[in-house]
Write a protein that binds this ligand. Structure first.
Ligand code: PDD
Length: 280
């Protein structure tokens, strides 16, 4: 496999950055995960725009333009066999002697990796549904920034996997559901409305979330952005998750209790099909 590190394509086994990179020492950086289907990047403009916004939030210089990023990404995907794959892009503030404030001068570190990714298991999960486990949302206050500081997400996801669940649902102290450890969470409420937490500092506004909202509305479905709590989620007719790696997957149970009939409902199945249509 080949990686991209600061201007060069190198074998993954030789790809390296400094141990004084601020990404390593302070998680001072951001990332994106974009999908390519049969070699074609999906919604890359959305990923590039979010990366740009996140870098601006942290006052990290853009390492290259969106167009250049796409060209490098495409080349890296091709060098790794093309096909259906995930492109990982990470930008950190760069290398500097360890000290909390921003260094006076630093050049952002840009690395990318690409690896083949099989959506077949996701398709199976779209049919059968996945299990969720609720976990306390222990993250910081700027979840809108796709920061590489993912420890709280990692711990929640690990707890879910140890419980045999696909994803952790993050819940605030007052019972509000924010999102998943690496997905956005949706419910179909008692009025048949499709509901997800409003964009803002409490969640990472997903690219698939945006796409799904657009597709749902175009299909005549009603979508509303509002907060909901665990009780409402557990009683919902349908619950589903979205992300670049999951696309749109219905939930069969939460903390061991079935959601609705215990298999993905018509809304999540319809939306899953619409997302696949968009990809094809
Ligand atoms: N995660 N919320 C969180 C906390 C995420 O980490 C992600 C994506 C999403 C969904 O965003 P998108 O639709 O843009 O993929 C929501 C990526 C896939 C990851 O960390 O692997």
């Amino acid at each position: 496999r080949i990686a991209y590190v600061d201007g060069a394509y190198v074998p993954l086994s030789e790809a390296a950055v400094s141990i004084e990179d601020r990404g390593f020492q302070f998680a001072d950086g951001v990332y994106e995960v974009a999908a390519a289907f049969d070699g074609k990047l999906f919604d890359f403009e959305g990923h590039a725009a979010r990366l740009r916004r996140n870098l601006a939030e942290l006052s990290i210089d853009e390492p290259m333009s969106a167009k250049a990023l796409e060209l490098v990404g495409r080349k890296l995907l091709a060098k790794n066999g093309g096909g259906t794959a995930l492109l990982y892009i990470q930008v950190t503030r760069g290398q500097a002697r360890r000290d909390h404030p921003f260094p006076a001068v630093s050049t952002p570190t840009l690395v990318m990796t690409a690896r083949g990714y099989d959506y077949a298991p996701r398709v199976k999960q779209q049919l059968n549904g996945v299990k969720l486990l609720t976990q306390p949302d222990e993250r910081w206050g700027r979840c809108d920034i796709k920061s590489v500081a993912l420890l709280a997400n990692v711990l929640a996801k690990q707890a879910a996997r140890q419980a045999g669940a696909f994803e952790a649902v993050l819940v605030e102290d007052d019972g509000t559901v924010t999102e998943g450890a690496s997905t956005n969470i949706w419910i179909v409420d008692r009025n048949g409305m499709i509901v997800t937490h409003p964009a803002g500092r409490k969640i990472l506004s997903g690219i698939v979330r945006d796409t799904l909202m657009r597709l749902a509305k175009a299909d005549g479905l009603k979508v509303v952005e509002r907060a909901f709590d665990v009780a409402e989620m557990n009683a919902a007719a349908e619950v589903f998750v979205t992300s670049t790696t999951a696309l749109c997957i219905g939930v069969s149970s939460i903390d061991g209790t079935p959601v609705g009939s215990g298999t993905p409902g018509p809304v999540s199945r319809r939306l899953g099909a619409l997302v696949w249509d968009e990809i094809a």
